[in-house]
Design a protein around this ligand. Structure first.
Ligand SMILES: [Zn+2]
Length: 119
């Protein structure tokens, strides 16, 4: 079963003990069945792609994105000759935006799920 998801933040994804691939927000990824996949879904770090979305592809590196908006953000960050520091600054700004439109489900971490409220 291979279902496609889109990353909601920049993070590295891949098999255990490898550096993985750095995903940008909106980048389409096929989950590999690794140990943490369920956690990525539960915390909203990836969102399932529905059948209505029309993926678009980066003309420079071939990566696929869930929407034109994300492709544009990726292109501005990765293919304009920015330094690593500048790319990081853009990523931090992207994360802040995404915190507003697609918040992470931080109430669903293992720690918060295991916590009991005290009376
Ligand atoms: Zn690209």
């Amino acid at each position: 079963m291979s279902e496609l998801y889109a990353a909601t933040r920049m993070f590295d994804y891949g098999p255990p003990n490898t550096p993985g691939e750095t995903l940008d927000p909106g980048q389409i990824v096929e989950l590999g069945g690794w140990l943490n996949d369920d956690k990525l879904i539960r915390l909203n770090l990836v969102k399932k792609i529905d059948g209505r979305s029309k993926p678009c592809q980066c003309g420079k590196c071939g990566k696929q994105f869930a929407a034109e908006f994300f492709l544009s953000g990726h292109g501005n960050k990765r293919h304009r000759g920015l330094t690593a520091k500048e790319q990081l600054d853009v990523s931090i700004a992207e994360d802040k935006k995404m915190d507003t439109v697609m918040p992470l489900h931080l109430d669903k971490t293992a720690a918060t799920r295991g916590r009991r409220k005290r009376a």
